[in-house]
Design a protein. Structure first.
Length: 101
């Protein structure tokens, strides 16, 4: 389980606060997701076929890909698949689109 809170003591060790939680995800055609964070940042996550290897290979199944949902502020799929919300937030905040190659 991901803990989303940081304490003042964490900052003393150089840890940055976590990103705001994901509040909505909408699967789209073409291996894309529309994602929204609690602070209003929105963007598109695109999976290129070259990224669908290893644990992500199962997302080639369009029915499974369409089952993306949000749990505890993270985009997840059945079978313990998820996306790192901090990395996704940083890219979407700065570029509006995250292309996973």
């Amino acid at each position: 389980m991901r803990i989303e809170a940081t304490t003042q003591e964490d900052f003393a060790f150089g840890l940055e606060p976590c990103s705001p939680p994901v509040v909505a995800v909408t699967p789209m055609e073409g291996l894309m997701l529309q994602v929204e964070f609690a602070d209003g940042i929105k963007g598109i996550v695109k999976f290129l076929p070259s990224h669908l290897t290893g644990v992500f290979e199962r997302l080639k199944d369009s029915e499974l890909f369409a089952q993306a949902t949000v749990e505890h502020g993270t985009v997840i799929w059945p079978g313990d698949l998820d996306l790192a919300p901090d990395a996704m937030y940083d890219v979407l905040k700065n570029q509006g689109e995250w292309v996973l190659q």
